[in-house]
Design a protein around this ligand. Sequence first.
Ligand SMILES: C[S@@+](CC[C@H](N)C(=O)[O-])C[C@H]1O[C@@H](n2cnc3c(N)ncnc32)[C@H](O)[C@@H]1O
Length: 399
Amino acid sequence: MPLKMDRITALVNEINQGLDDLRSGDVPTRVKLAQAAFKLNKALEDPREELIKSWLLDSTTKTVVMVALDIKLFRLLGTSPDEARSSTELAEATGAQKSLLSRLLKHLAAVSFIEETGPDKYYAGELAQLLGHQHMQDGLCHVQWMEKSLGALPAYLAEKNYQEPTDGLDCPAHKVFNTKLHMFEYIARDPQLARGFKAAVLSHEGLRRAHWATPAFYPTQERLLTGLKEDSVLLVDVGGGMGLDLLDLHHATGEQSNARLVLQDTEHILSSTDDLPPRIEKITHDFFTPQPIQGARAYYFHRVFHDWSDEKSREILLALKPAMTPGYSRVLIHDTVIPAQGAAPVSTMADLVMMCGLAGRERTEQDFTELLESVGMKVTGIYSRAPGEESVVEALLPE
Ligand SMILES: C[S@@+](CC[C@H](N)C(=O)[O-])C[C@H]1O[C@@H](n2cnc3c(N)ncnc32)[C@H](O)[C@@H]1O
């Protein structure tokens, strides 16, 4: 198979050119280089080998990781080269057969989950150390929920004549979990899944979230604080989970500020947010019902719209609209914005996961514009920290 030398050279050059910015800690560069390195890896592979590998490698790793978790292997490995342990020591500590362990360890080292310091000597790399923590193991439970939902997609689509799911009560996930409940309710009723959702989605340790309320991302000073009316709430975080984004704004606006911040979510979620500062007011609110806070400067939705179809998203916006002051209140939708070309794999992955579990979707700029215009709102800006990362779509109700 001839090597794609032009493509390989271009990608190597792109990576080389970004190294100085990378050293200075520039986040957009890191994201861009990670994408270039991903493409470089694909360009260097033999396509036949790559096809088989992309199918089987991840499954093999996941399987081995599950066995490792069952025998608590990651917690037994040291965390530095001088704490490296052998399969004999690990066999004694776990009770697993030494020859079996040495095969599992070799695979984990091959895929960089653990580090190898010499023949049969291993310690936990970054990934294994992360997996040694209980909250990451809880989070895996949510990832497995997503994976199972995705697995049902082929049969679901064949049955539905290849029409995308649009009903949150009838998704591929409903086939696997054999329920008629919306997945948010299904998850909330199962203590293990509920813990997994909180760990993977709502906590600091879960899915990475950028500090959104900073000038490098969304200019809160110019867009929200300048012109803030004295009697209005600064920001309502609708479906705001544990309030992490509000905490970000609380710090960004100065902890002494008395501009009001409101966290809204279901009772089930709000009841586990005990450690928020008193400035953050908590109000149980179903976002399909009329918004009780009138004329706030901003209504903020992070990873909310991607959970819902266009029809349901319109319902959420229409329930909010009467509370907005035209020309003043802003809607901030913090979600992935998929580019018209060259989407990052993590964005398309999230799109399909949302499709299978919730009949939700990640959206393009055009999708957001059409959605917001369909309820009489107008997009006034799209802000992001780096290409391929989540963006804040800002909209208002024209006067
Ligand atoms: C993907 S999570 C995002 C949470 C939060 N914005 C964040 O970024 O961490 C979606 C949130 O929407 C909440 N939610 C779902 N349905 C809701 C409803 N009808 N009314 C209010 N909140 C709801 C969930 O409880 C969950 O906290």
